[in-house]
Design a protein. Structure first.
Length: 191
């Protein structure tokens, strides 16, 4: 077996994966993130995670590859990363006072083996005022994050309650990933 490759440009995923305490490199997958409408959120995130992992696998066929994708689902609408202030505002207004679900899909590819899974965490937001939303957008934090917020940053102030793994919200459910790698018998991990 070669090394571990995280198929992600996300600094958060990199930080979370460091918890495994094993060396890894990163690869920016530049995946086309469009998918046909009507997919279940769980299928959506697993498909995109696999797409990202496959792009890295083409470059590192000897490595263990990890791909991941995160979306926010509120009232059956999938919220990805906002492209501008208007989209960020729209998303935060949708989330205000509501419970939404964050789905993160993970794909692991190693030689001819492939595993995918997803985790879902429910997040409840406080009722947000227009001023609060505008101030939060000014922080710049929403723009590279699904649903236009980051629970690990100032976005923590918007969150009333979560049910599920915190790391699913930040973009990589590390404990499930850790266990899946062990189940796959990958030897760089303790048995
Ligand atoms: C809801 C939420 C999302 N996010 C982030 C996690 C993901 O990085 C991002 C969702 O976009 P993704 O497309 O899943 O990931 P990415 O574009 O950042 O990185 P890559 O495709 O290269 O792996 O939103 C947070 O950091 N905090 C949060 O609270």
């Amino acid at each position: 077996m070669d090394h571990l490759v995280l198929a992600s440009a996300s600094p958060r995923r990199k930080e979370i994966l460091q918890k495994l305490n094993i060396p890894f490199t990163t690869f920016s997958p530049n995946a086309d993130e469009t998918l046909p409408s009507g997919l279940l959120p769980s299928e959506f995130v697993k498909t995109l995670a696999l797409r990202k992992a496959r792009l890295a696998f083409d470059h590192f066929p000897q490595a263990v590859i990890i791909g991941s994708d995160t979306i926010v689902v509120c009232n059956d609408i999938i919220l990805g990363k906002p492209k501008n202030c208007e989209e960020a505002k729209y998303m935060l207004k949708q989330l205000s006072g509501q419970v939404h679900s964050v789905y993160t899909g993970v794909a692991i590819i190693y030689e001819d083996r492939m595993e995918t899974f997803y985790e879902k965490t429910d997040v409840e937001f406080w009722e947000l005022t227009e001023i609060e939303i505008n101030q939060y957008i000014k922080s710049g934090e929403p723009f590279d994050k699904a649903g236009a917020y980051g629970i690990q940053g100032q976005g923590a102030l918007l969150v009333k309650k979560i049910i599920g793994d915190y790391y699913t919200v930040v973009g990589l459910p590390i404990s499930r990933l850790y266990r899946t790698l062990i189940e796959m018998g990958l030897s760089f991990l303790p048995k």
